[in-house]
Ligand binder design. Structure first.
Ligand SMILES: *Cc1c(COP(=O)(O)O)cnc(C)c1O
Length: 870
């Protein structure tokens, strides 16, 4: 039966409790322990039942319970305190952003992501990418960075996981009920819901816009499940990463193009100068921005592209080439053929923007390629991932040395207040001072960790481990009774794990390269380790496999299978349905956080950072963030453990064997003994490691540092660049586009004709060289190019490695289009066989990096590059 009308019923709160609604609708509660405690205080059982969703809590709670709270002076005082704290937070004027000299006026960053992990009750995320986006918004709010988020509101979000009798992953999709979530429907001045439209073949699709308020930062989520849309379009926002490539393309058009239009409809004017793409899914926003600039500012595609690019920041998260979104040209043509025309492009012209090789008519359209071609700033998410990304995408900049490919890195972090337990929070408050919450990126402040008495740190951590064991037992019983397990099995679950045993946590997506079962590869050896009566060890696993990842599901099954064998029954647990609540329990209570990705396939990883901030020690292969955390630490002050030394193996089976061996060795000889060595009743060596780990890593691996880095390196610079190009009626954007066109046309004539260096005999380290180059520039002036000596050591293959560039200056015109350039005193800083050459690059004050695809000219052999040894 379909209703003839729908309407929404909102909870009726007694007057004195009205403030609860305000608290519930601002997600700041999710990182404020005092407010969480307030909600729990209303009804502890219901708080768990409603999945930590305060809006649903207020909707479902017994009226009598509310009346009682309204008459309870203690409760009301708590409510007042929480409200006052929220108001203080929201009105705080002196934020990091204003102190750092950021101008609020006119600087706004629009942060686009296909998923956001904010709190467990809003299921619009799948994993690490979403959690990172959520933590980014929370830190932006804390720091006062003027930022808004844009994403999609999925009807079902990501699946809930449970295992069947055979240990095989089952997926259950639950509807998000938007009316019982902390969401507000955005309305226009006429009171009607705001709507945006995007075009699909032969029709328009509408979406409405919901807002989630995250402290100071609004997040706008688009929802296409509207009566006016065709049934197949209403399904559009059903599932995160569901469906076929066509569904994906439809979602990404809605996210990018629709997201841009939503910001416009919301009157966020002037338009945000900076757009940040969290992964390539939203890259169409750049096209829409170009289209709008062309229309409103009367610019050509090339001119509008310069303007849009100046403020475009792109973060890629995927080291696996197959992990990037690609669309067949035919599909793209069907959906965006008309759109290309509006951009003043042919379909081929549009497709070329998403191709590594634009001349290849069969190449698919890549969203990462599009983003890399358009963004003035691109980066990976750890140092190692930056390297991998430069190598993966070097074809886009032919002739540019790999280390100079213009893709940097901003290493990920986590939002500490969302992940650190109440108990650790209090400990930090006591020993670091209350400002640690605002300044988690302050190195000096974290030195305070060394002043925490061992006894106190250990007691605090032990309390969290006990909570984790209790949590695991509870969840396990729930899991078993849903599956209809026997009373004996339930009884066993009540006594599983040992609150005092060394506890290893492993929780992440189950997929091949993460190797969840590496530690299970020798079951007998593992059983001996876990069941040592004097030094017991226990393992808690959690994680979902992607619904189409059969291999991932087999890994889940393998863990579940071992967990049921008598040798492991009390010591090995698989927790179903890994989500933020499970993650918090695990990272807050584990002693060791295990991570075994196959290098270099983990872009960054963040769960280890959450564990670190709670005092757990990381035990990980040198991949993602751990690679640089490990390299950056003082070897005399161990911060955890590294499995292997970051070797690359051509043979994965060999790698697994050697790294499993290394892992067992570490556990047996180092980890377990350090944990159980208790002089004076305390594991002193372990505690020293905990402190070193926190003091060394906490200041760096948090999203306050991340957001600061993006703000200083990308947002402020991008906004400034965008404003500069807009000056004098977009005069500089027009000039830049015209110049690039001239440069493209002239480049075939650019050539290094001859090079001379004063090389006689060997050089000594520190000795300097003078170099001259005769360069043909055709119609270009010497000021329009950058001529550089490129000098360095030769690798065994005879290629220049560890080379550096030194600018040459024009000294003399040598006839039409010919110029002599010179560099004086180019130093040789290392000994060994060296080489030098000369190159020509474009140069323009409005060019963010001197590398434009295809525009680099190197001296050829005919110009006689000279070498020397010394
Ligand atoms: C932190 C987190 C992740 C990402 O952690 P990785 O270390 O990158 O795997 C994924 N899912 C949830 C629920 C998380 O809390």
């Amino acid at each position: 039966m379909k209703p003839i009308r729908t309407f929404n019923v909102v909870p009726s709160l007694p007057g004195p409790l009205e403030g609860l609604r305000r608290l519930a609708y601002n997600l700041r509660w999710s990182w404020n322990h005092d407010t969480i405690e307030l909600f729990r205080r209303l009804d502890r059982e219901l708080w768990e039942e409603v999945g930590h969703n305060p809006v649903l809590l207020l909707g479902r709670i017994d009226q009598a319970r509310l009346e009682a709270a309204a008459a309870d002076a203690g409760f009301l005082a708590h409510l007042e305190r929480a409200l006052a704290d929220l108001e203080r937070y929201l009105s705080g004027e002196l934020t990091w952003f204003t102190r750092a000299g950021g101008r609020r006026q006119g600087t706004l960053v629009a942060y686009f992501s296909a998923e956001f992990g904010l709190t467990e009750s809003i299921s619009v995320f799948a994993g690490g990418l979403g959690i990172l986006a959520g933590d980014h918004l929370k830190s932006a709010s804390d720091l006062g960075v003027p930022l808004v988020g844009v994403g999609l509101l999925y009807q079902q979000g990501y699946f809930r996981q449970y295992l069947n009798e055979a240990g095989w992953q089952q997926e259950r999709y639950e509807d998000n009920d938007f009316h019982t979530l902390p969401l507000t429907l955005e309305r226009g001045p006429d009171g009607k819901p705001l709507a945006v439209e995007v075009a699909y073949p032969g029709r328009a699709v509408r979406a409405q816009v919901w807002r989630v308020q995250i402290g100071r930062v609004p997040l706008y989520l688009l929802d296409a499940n509207l009566e006016v849309n065709r049934p197949e379009d209403r399904d559009l926002t059903d599932q995160l990463y569901g469906g076929d490539p066509e569904m994906r393309l439809k979602q990404e058009i809605l996210l990018g193009v629709g997201g841009y239009r939503a910001l416009e409809a919301l009157g966020l004017n002037p338009n945000p100068p900076v757009y940040h793409l969290n992964e390539g899914h939203a890259a169409f926003v750049a096209l829409e921005r170009i289209r709008r600039l062309m229309r409103s500012e009367d610019l050509s595609f090339a001119e509008a592209r310069e303007a849009a690019s100046a403020g475009l920041v792109f973060t890629t998260h995927t080291p696996v080439p197959a992990g990037h979104d690609h669309f067949p040209p035919e599909l793209l043509g069907r959906y965006l053929g008309e759109y290309a025309r509006e951009l003043g492009l042919s379909l081929e012209g549009l497709l070329a923007l998403g191709r590594k090789n634009p001349a290849d008519g069969r190449e698919t359209f890549g969203m990462t390629t599009l983003a890399l071609k358009l963004a003035a700033h691109s980066n990976g998410v750890s140092r190692l991932h930056g390297q991998v990304t430069r190598r993966t995408w070097r074809e886009l900049w032919p002739g540019v040395p790999e280390e100079e490919i213009p893709i940097g890195h901003v290493t990920n972090g986590v939002h500490f207040q969302s992940w650190i337990s109440l108990e650790m929070n209090q400990l930090y408050e006591r020993y670091l001072g209350p400002s640690w919450r605002e300044e988690p990126a302050d190195r000096a402040l974290w030195q305070g960790v060394y002043s925490i008495p061992d006894e106190e740190l250990w007691r605090t951590h032990e309390r969290r481990r006990e909570r984790l064991v209790a949590f695991t037992r509870r969840r396990l019983q729930g899991q078993l009774s849903r599956r209809g397990a026997s009373e004996a099995e339930l009884e066993a679950a009540r006594g599983v794990l040992d609150p005092e045993a060394l506890t290893i946590g492993f929780a992440r997506r189950f997929t091949g390269y993460k190797r969840a079962t590496l530690i299970l590869s020798d079951p007998q050896r593992l059983a001996r380790l876990l069941n040592d009566p004097a030094h017991p060890v226990q393992l808690i696993f959690a994680g979902k496999a992607h619904p189409r990842d059969e291999e991932g599901k087999r890994l889940v099954q393998r863990v579940a299978e071992l967990a049921r064998q008598p040798a492991f029954a009390r010591r090995l647990v698989f927790l179903e349905d890994y989500d933020m609540a499970v993650a918090r329990a695990l990272v807050q209570g584990a002693d060791v956080w295990l991570n075994t990705p196959r290098r270099p396939l983990e872009a960054s990883g963040t769960s280890g950072m959450k564990a670190m901030a709670n005092g757990a020690l990381n035990l990980s292969t040198l991949d993602g963030w751990w690679d640089e955390a490990w390299q950056g630490a003082d070897p005399d002050e161990p911060i955890g453990w590294a499995i292997g030394r970051g070797e690359d193996y051509p043979d994965p089976a060999l790698q697994d064997r050697l790294e499993a061996e290394a892992l067992y060795g570490l556990l047996e000889q180092d980890v377990v003994p350090a944990f159980y060595e208790r002089p004076g009743g305390l594991p002193r060596r372990w505690l020293a490691r905990m402190k070193a780990s926190i003091a060394t890593l906490a200041p760096r691996y948090n999203t306050h540092r991340v957001v600061r880095e993006y703000t200083q390196r990308c947002y402020l610079v991008g906004a400034e660049r965008f404003r500069a190009l807009a000056e004098t009626g977009w005069g500089r954007a027009r000039a830049l586009a015209a110049w690039k066109e001239r440069l493209q046309a002239a480049w075939p004539q650019v050539r290094v004709e001859a090079v001379k260096a004063d090389l006689e005999g060997d050089l000594r380290v520190g000795q300097a060289l003078d170099v001259w180059a005769w360069v043909s520039l055709g119609p270009l002036t010497p000021e329009e190019v950058r001529v550089e000596v490129y000098l360095g050591r030769l690798d065994p293959g005879g290629e220049l490695a560890q080379a550096g560039a030194t600018a040459m200056r024009p000294v003399e015109a040598k006839g039409p289009g010919r110029h002599l350039f010179q560099a004086e005193a180019v130093p040789c800083q290392m000994s060994g066989l060296h080489g030098l050459t000369v190159r020509v690059l474009p140069q323009h004050p409005d060019l963010p990096v001197p590398f434009l695809p295809g525009l680099i000219a190197w001296a050829g052999p005919e110009s006689v590059a000279q070498q020397t040894s010394g």
